[in-house]
Design a protein around this ligand. Sequence first.
Ligand SMILES: NC(=O)c1ccc[n+]([C@@H]2O[C@H](COP(=O)([O-])OP(=O)(O)OC[C@H]3O[C@@H](n4cnc5c(N)ncnc54)[C@H](O)[C@@H]3O)[C@@H](O)[C@H]2O)c1
Length: 295
Amino acid sequence: MDIQRIGVVGCGLMGAGIAQCAAEAGYAVHVKEADETLLAKGLARIRSAWERGVAKGKLTEQQKAGFDTRLHGTTAFAALADCDLVVEAVPERLDLKLRAFAELDAVLAPTALLCTNTSSLSVAQLGPALAPARVPRLAGLHFFNPVPAMPLVEIVRTLATDEPTLAALRAFVGRLGKTAVLAPDAPGFVVNRLLVPYLLDAMRCAEQRLATTEDIDTGMKLGCGHPMGPLHLSDFIGLDTMQSVAEVLFEAFGEPRFKAPSLLRQLVAAGRLGRKSGAGFYGWEGDKRLEALPL
Ligand SMILES: NC(=O)c1ccc[n+]([C@@H]2O[C@H](COP(=O)([O-])OP(=O)(O)OC[C@H]3O[C@@H](n4cnc5c(N)ncnc54)[C@H](O)[C@@H]3O)[C@@H](O)[C@H]2O)c1
């Protein structure tokens, strides 16, 4: 399976990162957004990342121009008709994803591969939007945020995903300069299934006054060599997102370690959502972490 042309549906936080990395890796990339305004915003996000690269001396003007010639924007699914692989990155709603997959299925060649960047939905649940013959070419490609900086992609196989599809996706991830791990189509895949209970446990420790917010974070950062502590990371992810991910995992597995702690619910109810709202476990000024706030 020779992948040359990549389609990306949704040019938000994740879609823009995926399109950026694919264009940098030499692929022709066609990005589809919902309307012209959102498309312009998404493409500007990618181009400003390249401009920052030039300003910092990490990219030459010539490299930036080369990336740009491979990046194409559209608001029509039909413009993705020649793509060999399409990665869907629309918001985390099953109805939106099913609609996008049905539209894609109608225009793509029968050989094209279709992937979703979902973090919490079942990949197999998207199968009914496709012609039965394409279901073996459906998989998850779970990128991590921020996409250009994070070196991992989980390739999520359903029970129907075939071997040539997995091999083609491994090759695609490798050409992006990233490492793939194979994950089952089960909630949390591999990384979040292990990470989320750890973050929730850190909140339970804070709730039980085991140690201060700063000491929990410093302990795990310096004691385990993590780049940031668990409460800092939770603020970074967003406490509302943490709560909804915990609910999905608790619903799926029923184990107490996946249950959202009462402290998390209280913080979310108080509008302390982490970095995005300026307050969570810590105060935030944009990306700058301030003092820990009282709990
Ligand atoms: N944000 C994260 O940290 C993260 C990490 C891994 C995976 N994900 C998953 O990636 C997906 C996208 O998340 P995001 O954070 O980039 O969301 P986002 O809201 O930043 O971007 C989604 C984009 O999709 C666009 N869109 C909606 N309907 C569309 C349509 N029909 N056609 C084309 N574009 C359409 C929206 O206009 C928006 O720009 C979700 O499934 C999410 O669960 C997110």
